[in-house]
Design a protein around this ligand. Structure first.
Ligand code: IPM
Ligand code: MG
Length: 347
């Protein structure tokens, strides 16, 4: 089992350290951990946020555990040298097109939600976000207009085949859950979304057992806080998925609890917490490692078919939360290492 660990910036190293401890505690045979630099840390050492040696390590691995990237000091660099390019580059280079971002209420955590407990308690949804296309990877630029004004522009597009493959992932995910799929777009305004919607409708013919609905993204944002319990699986494009998944995390209670998987065709995947590098609290033992630990569970499930171990980790985290183990993100006082210890004890 070759797992590449890319810890990255800010709290990335602290939270991945705890997740690695959890993986190691499972005592799996032939576990091999590879390491590589990404983000601002890599830029400092190698002059690039995703150096060739890191990419090569990624290609040698069967799965990647990723911390976080982002560093204020790098915000003035040219865009291709900014830390974010590490994660965007890995997604593109490795064809990690399917982003799974589950958001589920942990029993007893309802009070931590930004929503009323009775509304929040019903959350059990999965956002399937397309990760290789959209306005993220279109042509972009800054030009000067004839009258001297600067104009920024980013090209948004989706081709049918790009929509089709993410739609299949989403329908299959729905089949394994409550069999409801909501496709989120902005087809009332965007041609990109018209192609998106037409294609999803076409793919739906292969999945007669899944109930498909469509929602404009503005309405979806509203429904997510009004009645998040109505959603089972949501499928959407790169930009809308980025926004809605952060929103869903706060509905659950803390962005410090949400894990994600970015999958390619086959079993290769990159697993990371949804949260960022939080440089303001880096190195202070304040970050909640649970999202990364839960990402390790997704790694074992999706890349190695280790469902039993994945569930053991998820149960240990749920148990720790039920026992009152809370990081600062949840108003508690448990530090990063103490939370890792608590999960390990329950494992
Ligand atoms: C995410 C992040 C990234 C994204 C950033 C770091 C480029 O916000 O994974 O949601 O926009 O995809
Ligand atoms: Mg995001």
């Amino acid at each position: 089992m070759k797992i590449a660990v890319f810890a990255g910036d800010g709290i990335g190293p602290e939270v991945t350290r705890e997740a690695v401890r959890v993986i190691e505690a499972l005592g799996l045979d032939d576990l091999e951990l590879l390491h590589g630099d990404v983000g601002g840390a890599a830029w400092r050492k190698h002059g690039h946020p995703l150096p060739p040696e890191t990419l090569e390590t990624a290609r040698r691995a069967e799965a990647i555990l990723f911390g976080a990237v982002g560093d204020f000091e790098c915000d003035k660099l040219e865009r291709h040298l900014r830390p974010e390019q590490a994660i965007l580059g890995l997604r593109k280079e490795l064809g990690l097109f399917a982003n799974l971002r589950p958001a589920r209420m942990f029993p007893g955590m309802e009070d931590a939600s930004a929503l009323r407990p009775e509304v929040a308690g019903a959350i059990d949804l999965l956002i399937v976000r397309e990760l290789n296309g959209d306005v993220y990877f279109g042509e972009k630029g800054i030009r000067t207009l004839d009258d001297g004004r600067r104009q920024g522009w980013d090209m948004m597009s989706y081709a049918e085949d790009e929509v089709r493959r993410i739609a299949h992932v989403a329908f299959k995910a729905a089949q394994g859950r409550r069999k409801k799929l909501c496709s989120v777009d902005k087809a009332n305004v965007l041609e990109t979304s018209q192609v998106w919607r037409d294609t999803v409708i076409e793919v739906a013919k292969d999945y007669p057992d899944v109930e498909l609905s469509h929602m404009y993204v503005d309405n979806a944002a509203m429904q997510l806080v009004r009645n998040p319990g109505q959603f089972d699986v949501i499928v959407t494009g790169n930009l809308f998925g980025d926004i809605l998944s952060d929103q869903a995390s706060m509905c659950v209670g803390s962005i410090g609890l949400l894990a994600s998987a970015a999958l390619a065709e086959g079993t290769m995947g990159l697993y990371e917490p949804i949260h960022g590098s939080a440089p303001d609290i880096a190195g202070q033992d304040k970050a909640n490692p649970m999202a990364t630990i839960l990402s390790a569970a997704m790694l074992l499930r999706h890349s190695f078919g280790r469902e039993t171990e994945a569930q053991r980790i998820e149960a240990a985290v749920a148990r720790a939360l039920a026992d009152g183990i809370r990081g600062a993100d949840l108003g508690g006082s448990h530090g990063t290492v103490a939370i890792g210890d608590a999960v390990l004890e329950r494992l």
